[in-house]
Write a protein that binds this ligand. Structure first.
Ligand SMILES: Cc1cc2nc3c(=O)[nH]c(=O)nc-3n(C[C@H](O)[C@H](O)[C@H](O)COP(=O)(O)OP(=O)(O)OC[C@H]3O[C@@H](n4cnc5c(N)ncnc54)[C@H](O)[C@@H]3O)c2cc1C
Length: 259
């Protein structure tokens, strides 16, 4: 049996595409700056199928390129021109596995678009604060693999700070299950941090447990002209003191109300 037929047997015929027309959308980056070639595109539906695909890659020495929403701007989701790589798209893995309102966490599959995670949180009166202009297309797996920042990064942090647990398939096809929602976790090495920001080089993220926050009570938008950098930093400190977590007890902390 040819190796590609073996992959079809493992994942199903509709989950392995190799015609030029089917491959084309996966081979060029969002800005149209890079175009590569690939052996095929695999579209697994589950963590077990990602494991099967990576096991197949390991057995046949096939390089693999992960792709989520393909909105990355640095060519990381585009294969090289050798045509040897298997593209592994997480598009079909977009389920919200669970919502834990007691722990303020949500567990989602890697191919879930960022906007769907935000909406699921909102439906439970919670905020998932990661927000980028590409949020309708980019995926949680891609956000974590690139350690995305977005518009609220100063208040809530990068994707790294929003992840409590990950499930990852390693290059040999084994599954690393670090999918936990424990906030005070001081048990040894924090291995998930190795995968966050590693752009798919250490494994394929298949699911994540993410932190949710209380919805902001009000939103105020201001256009402020700062005369210099020092004034802008001063403004940031004042805004944080007035509207950040320390807003809860400003009088106790400083003896006066900052507003
Ligand atoms: C209009 C626009 C605005 C943007 N704004 C921001 C911004 O404010 N801040 C910011 O940080 N970025 C921004 N980006 C860049 C981009 O949207 C982010 O990097 C996003 O996180 C990529 O997600 P994706 O699902 O599209 O990943 P892809 O582009 O598909 O992949 C990106 C990288 O992650 C890897 N990867 C994807 N999925 C997985 C997975 N499941 N496991 C392992 N590796 C994986 C890929 O191999 C590749 O290296 C913007 C892009 C656009 C087009």
């Amino acid at each position: 049996m040819k190796p590609i037929d073996e992959l079809r047997t493992l994942l199903g015929t509709d989950a392995v595409l190799d015609s030029a027309a089917d491959l084309a959308p996966y081979l060029t980056d969002w800005r149209g700056r890079y175009t590569g070639c690939a052996l095929a595109v695999a579209l697994p539906r589950s963590t077990a199928e990602v494991a099967q695909a990576l096991g197949w890659c390991a057995r046949h020495a096939v390089p693999v390129v992960a792709q989520g929403g393909n909105t990355g701007l640095v060519g990381g989701a585009t294969p090289d021109t050798s045509g040897r790589a298997l593209m592994l798209s997480t598009r079909r893995m977009r389920q919200i596995r669970s919502m834990d309102t007691a722990n303020d966490t949500i567990t989602v599959e890697a191919g879930c678009p960022l906007q769907e995670v935000q909406q699921a949180a909102l439906a439970h009166e919670r905020l998932f604060p990661l927000s980028l202009a590409s949020q309708g297309s980019c995926t949680i797996g891609g956000n974590l693999a690139t350690n995305a920042g977005g518009t609220q990064v100063l208040r809530y942090g990068n994707a790294r700070e929003l992840a409590l647990g990950l499930e990852v398939v390693l290059a040999d096809g084994s599954v690393w299950n670090g999918l936990r929602g424990l906030r005070k976790d001081n048990t040894g090495y924090d291995l998930k941090q190795l995968f966050i920001g590693s752009e798919g080089t250490l494994g394929i993220i298949t699911a994540a447990t993410l932190k949710l926050f209380a919805l902001p009570r009000t939103r105020v938008v201001c256009l402020v002209a700062c005369p210099n950098l020092a004034a802008a930093i001063g403004l940031l400190h004042r805004a944080r003191a007035a509207a950040g977590l320390s807003r809860l007890w400003p009088e106790r902390r400083t003896g006066r109300n900052l507003w």
